[in-house]
Design a protein. Structure first.
Length: 184
């Protein structure tokens, strides 16, 4: 039976270890946005031992390239992008302190193993609901790589941002669980 949680970032080990695939989570606090071009640069900094533009410890990374905001809004539409493009980078991000990722679609086995090994989770956000998700973002500021445009790293503040746990710290995968249940 899935549970519902209200969590505030940064996330702790205790926060993520209690979560199970299928749980609903409402996140509040700071998220960082990054897609594949930004992830490549961030992982290169990690590999060189250089300082990142934000603290990875307990961080939640949202795979999104938001649209420009309307006047008076902090951000435009902010729907998740397909996560597999970050699969080669996510284990390194988890190893160095990130606790969660948000996107859409399934992840590879290496990412699932990294969630188990380093105590992280992968959240799914509803694709096609970018306008509604954007309404949960109360502030947005570019903190790195402005030349990437919509794919720049942003520090966004969210209030009750709705996500579902897809991959948990025990190696469970909601997509596989749902398929197995359907096939019964």
């Amino acid at each position: 039976m899935s549970k519902t949680y209200y969590l505030t970032t940064p996330l702790s080990d205790e926060d993520v270890k209690q979560l199970r695939s299928g749980d609903i989570v409402y996140l509040s606090g700071v998220l960082y946005t990054a897609r594949d071009a930004a992830h490549k640069r961030l992982v290169e900094l990690i590999e060189k031992g250089e300082k990142l533009p934000f603290d990875l410890e307990g961080s939640v990374i949202y795979f999104v390239g938001p649209t420009p905001p309307k006047p008076g809004d902090p951000i435009g539409s902010a729907g998740p992008t397909t996560s597999y493009r970050m699969d080669s980078y996510s284990p390194t991000m988890l190893q160095h302190g990130s606790k969660a990722m948000i996107g859409k679609g399934k992840r590879n086995q290496e990412v699932k193993e990294a969630c188990k090994k380093f105590g992280g989770v992968y959240f799914g956000a509803t694709g096609g609901a970018g306008a509604l998700l954007g309404k949960k973002i109360v502030s947005s500021k570019v903190v790195a790589y402005p030349e990437l445009g919509p794919e720049a790293v942003r520090k966004i503040e969210v209030k009750d941002f709705p996500v579902t746990v897809i991959n948990d710290t025990e190696g469970n995968d909601l997509y596989q669980m749902g398929r197995a249940q359907y096939e019964q």
